[in-house]
Write a protein that binds this ligand. Sequence first.
Ligand code: CU
Length: 286
Amino acid sequence: MAYLLSACGISLGTAKKVDAPESLHDEHHPDKGNAANSSLHTNSTHAGDHEQHQQERTVEAIWSFDEGEQLQAGRNSLIRLAISDKDGKPVEKFDINHEKKLHLIVVSKDLSFFEHVHPEYMGKGVFQIEMQFPAGGDYKLFADFIPTGGAATTQSEWVSVGGSPVNHVPIVPEQAWSIVVDGKRITLETTPLVAGEEVALSYTIHDSQKEEPITDLQPYLGAVGHVVILDEEAERYLHVHPMDEKSSGPEAKFMTTFPDRGIYKVWAQFQHHDRVFTVPFVVKVP
Ligand SMILES: [Cu+2]
């Protein structure tokens, strides 16, 4: 680990190895404009899925935070992630996937807080970013990346953040799948929710004041929208891309498969007038 220490003198006091969690990358991923992606995501077969799982276990991530000190809410914290192969050698090359080498999703344990950020690549398999946690408590971090020549990989880690906690927000399935975010009304329609079967998630976006359809959504990270899905326990992670990445609204459609019955939180992110907005829904798969 000398490269880590010499790179910036960060303490590895809190670092630990993590196993690759279950990665549930959605394979419905047209990605016509992105050759790097299409080879991984469009030609998948069941055999291919199996192979990907084999490969994922060969990548390890070592997380470290705030120079080994306890993370504290409300101040900038340094998150660092060192990715290595099974022999401990840094993985140095990563495919650009949706405009970034690595996507980091951070959620609070009750899933009320959600952040999607892009750590900077420092070289030698190391990514880092500064971010603030809003309150004390437990958070889970998911790093999403594709080592060049390897498979789409998700590595995750729980962290404990000091500071006063906020009340736990219960996760309750929506009664009506329509909410207003940032001046837009977003409606979600789905095909019947059946565990283990493909489900379509169709978002429709209107201006909430004028009630007109919004047809000038901007590409966000190379697609009309991105959807991240976690189960209630934050164990199952899915990152889903739209069927038609080039759509500009008012519709954005995603296909996914919920692995089991249960409650899931589904965050969709879109961009309009240069602002990214995040649309959360809680879904129950009966
Ligand atoms: Cu991202």
